[in-house]
Design a protein around this ligand. Structure first.
Ligand code: MSP
Length: 502
């Protein structure tokens, strides 16, 4: 078997209230996965849930259920949400899967044995929400957590450390030799400077957190959530067949995935993450892999953040945009397309219903939808049925072939906005062609010429449907159905116009 194109989202905290920001990472990866599959690539798309840590223990207790019941419930909610949003993942990992826990334990013991993990003690200022220590330089004034802006807690505990400092030079060398690893380019310097600034060893176990993976050789400790979570990328792809003594469950999992060995997946081709967790993926994770002697992923890409009317989304502000509610109201596909047309991938963006509606009307209703309905309506009047091939040897066809090449380059850079921009611009040009050629008038004097124009449009629309499929899978399928060879029927508008806000 040849290696699969292995791409991942972060695994989602079962504690967060999912909003469009969360859905953003996963929809982005879904678009890439669908495009690659269209190109004939053997894609493996992994996502999942991150289920350990003191916070989760606390939330479960507050709900009066066990952490296991709580995480079962939320993890299932995530899967339901991905279904609503048309996410075509190939595998879903939970950090409470025994297969995963065994790999985490094996990694920990291996690194302990070879001296990359050692026992020490730690005193410091700890944020209970981040489950992370902060030093003076990172705290806000008054000793507050830089993320939660709440007081930190003084903690002293025995802990195991991972020798992150040892990998400083190797990391810098790796970044220099693999310029695509840190993506997008404008975020690379932040990481390089952070590593150049000096890495300190990382505390990777907790004695106070009970809801975690126990350290095998010292169960008074559980493994630090981030150390645990990052390992999902290899535990879900059969690393247990290499790292664990008992390989049974890992081999079974590989079989279920239709693979033979860990190397059918690893190294990952892309870890897609939000900018706030770039460091974990671009510094700690590669150092862990170096320590394990495993190859490093090809690329880590950090996208930007969504705000709502200029504010960070939060439960307390009550401004959380629920992607499923939005999809129920306006359709999953238009929501997916909006998020990637509105903002260049990598940059931050601001969400508002007004801009959603404006784009829906201009890009979808007035442009694509209008082109489709006017073309099919005129075709219905002038020809009995649509042929298998339409519009070959026309300027539109030649233009489509050119666009196709540029789209591939855009996908290489994850420039999803540019893909959509090109497709919408092409549709706009076809609408102009209709206005110029006026097939409805032409039909009165020269029916053949009118039909030629209409078939040129049908040919162009078939390309549009194919190009839109990664973003709007259901809509594209419906377009393809309407444009397929055979009798032409009457259809309702693909994108009924939304009333505009003044
Ligand atoms: N559990 C960790 C990841 C561990 S991976 C080994 C985590 N989970 S999360 O649920 O908090 O975030 C999941 C994804 O949602 C991240 O990629 C994060 O960047 C993204 N987003 C969460 N809020 C966001 C916005 N407001 N805007 C865009 N994306 C954001 O981090």
């Amino acid at each position: 078997m040849s290696k699969k194109f292995f791409i991942t989202t972060p695994i989602y905290y079962v504690n967060s209230v999912p909003h469009i920001g969360h859905a953003y990472t996963t929809i982005a990866l879904d678009i890439l996965a669908r495009y690659k599959r269209q190109q004939g690539t053997d894609v493996h798309f992994l996502t999942g849930t991150d289920e350990h840590g003191a916070n989760i223990e606390k939330s479960a207790a507050a709900k009066g259920v066990s952490p296991k019941e709580w995480t079962d419930d939320v993890s299932a909610q995530y899967r339901a949400m991905w279904k609503e949003l048309n996410i075509s993942y190939d595998d879903f990992i939970r950090t409470t899967d025994s297969m995963h826990e065994h790999v985490v334990q094996a990694v920990f013991e291996k690194l302990l044995k070879q001296g990359d993990i050692y026992k020490g003690s730690y005193s410091g200022q700890y944020c209970l929400s981040c489950e992370q220590y902060y030093d003076e330089s990172e705290m806000l004034e008054g000793g507050l957590c830089p993320v939660h802006k709440r007081p930190l807690t003084q903690v002293h505990e025995e802990t195991y450390f991972f020798k992150l400092s040892k990998y400083q030079d190797a990391l810098l060398k790796f970044y220099a030799e693999h310029p695509d690893f840190l993506s997008p380019r404008f975020r690379a310097n932040e990481i390089i400077n952070f590593v150049k600034g000096g890495l300190r060893d990382l505390s990777v176990s907790r004695t106070k957190v009970k809801w975690g993976v126990p350290v095998l050789s010292n169960p008074a400790h559980t493994v630090y959530v981030w150390f645990d979570a990052l390992i999902n990328y290899i535990s879900a792809t059969g690393a247990g067949t290499v790292l664990c003594e008992d390989k049974t469950e890992h081999a079974r999992h590989l079989e279920k995935l239709g693979a033979e060995k860990f190397e059918d997946f690893w190294p990952a081709d892309l870890h897609l993450v939000g900018k706030e967790i770039f460091r974990f993926h671009a510094v700690i994770w590669p150092a862990m892999l170096m320590a394990l002697g495993l190859p490093l992923p090809k690329k880590v890409f950090a996208h930007g953040w969504w705000t709502v009317d200029g504010e960070k989304m939060s439960k307390s502000l009550g401004n959380v945009i629920n992607p499923v509610e939005l999809a129920h109201q306006y359709g999953t596909d238009p929501v997916r397309a909006f998020l990637f047309r509105e903002v260049p991938f990598g940059q931050d963006g601001d969400f508002s219903i007004t801009s959603f509606k404006n784009r829906y009307n201009s890009d979808l209703a007035n442009n694509i939808g209008n082109l489709l309905s006017r073309t099919l309506n005129m075709a219905a009047k002038n020809m009995a049925q649509l042929p298998e091939t339409a519009g070959e040897n026309t300027p539109t066809h030649a233009r489509a072939l050119e666009i196709e090449k540029t789209l591939d380059a855009y996908y290489q850079d994850l420039a999803f906005d540019k893909v959509l921009e090109s497709v919408y611009a092409f549709a706009g040009d076809l609408n102009k062609l209709v206005d110029e050629k006026k097939p409805w008038e032409l039909a009165k004097t020269d029916k053949d010429a009118a039909c030629a124009v209409l078939l040129e449009l049908v040919g162009g629309l078939r390309y549009i449907a194919q190009w839109l499929a990664p973003f709007m899978p259901s809509v594209a399928q419906e377009m393809q159905r309407r444009l397929s060879a055979g009798p032409i029927q009457k259809y309702p508008p693909l994108f009924p116009r939304l009333e505009e806000k003044k």
